[in-house]
Design a protein around this ligand. Structure first.
Ligand code: 13P
Ligand code: SF4
Length: 302
């Protein structure tokens, strides 16, 4: 055990803290976390956690979401500059215009969004529950923000609704191409392909499985293929290899890296826990409004 790891373990006990880590943060941070998971699982844990301090090893919208769901809790971010580009890719004026145009509209906001955007949503979703939540809504018209690809993926599963999608995208998944999938399949004809729904439609169409990070981890374990081609951020390889040491994993593309997630280092986890710095604050009014959309998600996704 490194001295940093030891220090974190001691601090965690001393301060009754809990470390939550997303599957995309560096391996050594996932290793010291109390819980690792996808955005949906981590939201549920954050809501129910009774630790005094939550350290959220992830990007800033994840820390904000934990604070919104558990406002009395002290939530710390190892690096508040670790941000998700897509979280900002929606426009309040456009939301207002859509509401004027469709009186029955439900604004469905992907959890990968700022608290400021979430406050205008009727319900939040994660990649693990988006289809289920949208299906459960009584509204015919849905405005899905910010991710165009997850929005289109959901739209295809709920043909009974009219889903209008935003124009946001994840820079990491958006750049994966169908040609890269074809090349990877050519190099590994025996492999199964697993991709995240933030990938473009041409990519998801070529996959054997499309789902959230935890969905991919589950699907790989259930799949008979010994070789797996993975279309999501590289951090997920840590859990995949841990759970399936007999399988081989290849990325669809060399650039599958979210540099913001990689800003979350062990040293920053230690520093923020030791000094209780980078506490997450969300304006009370914003938080209360965003919380309604988050709570409805948890209810509908049960
Ligand atoms: P999950 O919903 O699978 O956790 O994905 C979050 C994310 O940021 C994908 O880029
Ligand atoms: Fe955001 Fe993409 Fe990074 Fe996920 S991988 S946190 S969607 S930039």
């Amino acid at each position: 055990m490194s001295s940093l790891t030891e220090e974190i373990q001691i601090l965690k006990k001393e301060k009754q803290a809990m470390i939550l880590a997303h599957y995309y943060v560096p391996d050594e941070v996932q290793e010291i976390a109390d819980v690792t998971g996808d955005s949906f699982y981590l939201s549920k844990v954050a809501k129910e956690a009774d630790a005094k301090i939550l350290v959220f090893a992830g990007v800033s919208f994840m820390g904000e979401s934990a604070k919104i769901l558990n406002p009395e809790k002290k939530v710390l971010l190892p690096d508040p500059a670790a941000d998700c580009a897509m979280a900002h890719m929606a426009d309040v004026e456009k939301i207002r215009a859509m509401r004027d145009r469709y009186p029955d509209l439900a604004v469905v906001c992907y959890i990968n969004s700022t608290a400021k955007l979430k406050q205008y949503a009727d319900v939040c979703v994660t990649s693990a529950n988006a289809v289920k939540v949208v299906k459960a809504l009584p509204n015919k018209h849905i405005y899905f923000i910010p991710d165009q690809h997850l929005g289109s993926f959901v739209a295809a599963q709920v043909p009974e609704k009219e889903v209008i999608v935003g124009d946001g995208y994840c820079p990491v998944h958006h750049q994966i191409t169908a040609e890269e999938v074809r090349q990877a399949k050519k190099a590994h004809p025996e492999a199964s392909v697993f991709v995240h729904p933030e990938c473009p439609k041409e990519v998801t169409e070529l996959a054997d499985y499309v789902g959230s990070t935890s969905g991919i981890i589950r699907a790989v374990a259930e799949d008979e293929a010994k070789t797996c081609l993975i279309g999501t951020e590289m951090g997920v390889f840590y859990e995949l290899k841990k759970q399936n040491p007999e399988k081989e994993f290849y990325p669809l593309q060399a650039e599958q890296c979210c540099y913001d997630m990689k800003k979350v280092t062990l040293k920053k986890v230690r520093d923020c826990l030791r000094d209780e710095t980078n506490e997450v604050y969300v304006d009370r009014e914003v938080s209360e409004k965003a919380n309604r959309a988050m709570e409805l998600m948890l209810q509908l996704a049960k």
